[in-house]
Design a binder for this molecule. Sequence first.
Ligand SMILES: Nc1ncnc2c1ncn2[C@@H]1O[C@H](COP(=O)(O)OP(=O)(O)OP(=O)(O)O)[C@@H](O)[C@H]1O
Length: 261
Amino acid sequence: MIKISKLAKKFKIENPKKLSEQDKKDPRLQGRFFHSVKNVQLYCEQGEVLGLLGPNGAGKTTTLRVLSTALQADEGSIFIGDTDVINNPVEARKKIGFLSGSTGLYGRLTGRENIAYFGRLNGMSDADISAKVEQLADQLDMHTFLDRRSENYSTGMKQKTSIARAVVHNPKVVVLDEPTTGLDIMAANTVIEFIKSLKAAGVPVIFSTHHLDEVSELCDKVAVIDYGETSFEGSVDEFKQQSNEGLHAAFMACLNRGEKQ
Ligand SMILES: Nc1ncnc2c1ncn2[C@@H]1O[C@H](COP(=O)(O)OP(=O)(O)OP(=O)(O)O)[C@@H](O)[C@H]1O
């Protein structure tokens, strides 16, 4: 179970001149601080997949980075089962598999070595790592490139390796930031099937996406973040009911942008 309540995270702006034009006009910019996440809540039960939606800059990545302990929250609470993530980040980290958009692979290592390295960091035995890498290579269709140096991997190969690395230690929950962005249809499909296998194994998965068809196919729940606040949280059916003109219109109906601009 993952439960986020009233989460807030702001960043100090060291150089206001470097802000993007969009950020300069954003109501979350207050003095020297940009309040990226102001009031986010979401809840994902055992075996559920939650799709995190929101326009560019809404605060999805910031939320997922706080959830995965890469960033510290300013306010709010996060629980993974009984574990208080904000007060026990070291314990929480062992329970989380996190795919971030920004973490690179070690180019001089092969895919297998990259994944094994993370397994070792998580205290796994060599035998357990070998067995798990084989299983993940089957699931993510990685055998043809697994023993090549990762520096020349395609985007899809890199993403599959990063996903395998994120879950090698059998985390209790999995958090994926835009896992299919930039992938071709086959690689995206492999990743979607992999998320389905996590769900089947009872692992809660939260993933951010801009692809509404993935939400429809994969998710039990949807949360929409707009200007750093959860503007919708509910089941996929409830999300679809936000409009009778399709998923895109349902998403737009969750934003209420006009009220804030
Ligand atoms: N370190 C930082 N310092 C200042 N502002 C930041 C920082 N990190 C993020 N922001 C701002 O916080 C807002 C939320 O960013 P975030 O990356 O969480 O959005 P997102 O919903 O993931 O967007 P996208 O869909 O484009 O990936 C953006 O306006 C961004 O510019």
